[in-house]
Design a protein around this ligand. Structure first.
Ligand SMILES: [Zn+2]
Length: 245
């Protein structure tokens, strides 16, 4: 096992790499385990850098060049849902799971974590009716402040919105607030066969689209979340902590 590589990997990938090096399982199982780590990473850090890391690791596992491509890198999730609608695949979203913390009882998907909110926002912004049953809309509130995720995402959108509104150099403003975006362009543009400036422009357009889709449906997806005085107090104090996915 290459110790430098092992320590260079984030925690999620160290175990799969070790299992591969020790030939603990056969190659197919090692790849499935790596893909499991990949899905967790994807939810935490977003697609661009995670795809590069996983491509690199799987290339090593199979001993030849391997690349995980994301044809939807510059698409919002609502734009993806619109393609489903265009193809008449209205029922497909009901077969999918987005929730970060699925519940054991029914309904399973919470409806208030950031992944559920992105799902609700995307479906609301497309013409696909959201038939998912969510805990937050059908049952007791399972945690004290399910609105925190909503307020976090709302704060991100407000931040992006104001950066776009006041700046004639949106990339400079946005990377001052979310510096990881520069890393994404530095590491990903060449793989995507784009010039850095082209990738910057496409990411800016992606975030502009996301902001506009969010604003169009915000009142719909806040249903069941923003009906307490205490939520307003939290909202006024809340600050943006992480980059948009
Ligand atoms: Zn959820």
């Amino acid at each position: 096992m290459d110790g430098d590589r092992f320590h260079g990997l984030s925690g999620l990938y160290q175990k799969p790499y070790q299992q591969m090096c020790e030939a603990k399982f056969d190659l197919k199982i090692c790849i499935w385990i790596t893909m499991g780590a990949f899905l967790k990473d994807l939810k935490k850090k977003g697609a661009a850098l995670t795809l590069l890391k996983v491509s690199d690791l799987i290339s090593e596992l199979i001993g030849e060049e391997f690349q995980v491509k994301n044809p939807f890198l510059f698409w919002t999730k609502a734009e993806m849902c619109k393609v489903l609608a265009k193809n008449g695949q209205y029922d497909l979203p009901t077969l999918t799971m987005s929730c970060d913390s699925p519940h054991r009882q029914k309904p399973v998907q919470c409806g208030y974590c950031s992944s559920c909110l992105l799902r609700r926002q995307s479906l609301a912004a497309s013409i696909i009716k959201d038939r998912t049953r969510y805990v937050v809309l059908h049952g007791e509130r399972p945690v004290k402040h399910p609105s925190l995720y909503f307020l976090n995402m709302q704060a991100q959108v407000r931040t992006l919105d104001s950066l776009f509104a006041i700046s004639d150099n949106p990339w400079k403003s946005i990377t001052k607030k979310f510096p990881v975006l520069d890393d994404i362009v530095d590491q990903t543009a060449i793989v995507e066969n784009l010039l850095p400036i082209e990738m910057q422009n496409r990411l800016i357009q992606l975030y502009r689209n996301y902001v506009s889709e969010w604003n169009a449906v915000e009142s719909l997806i806040s249903k069941g979340l923003l009906n307490q005085y205490s939520d307003l107090q939290i909202s006024s104090k809340y600050t943006v902590l992480s980059q948009p996915q």
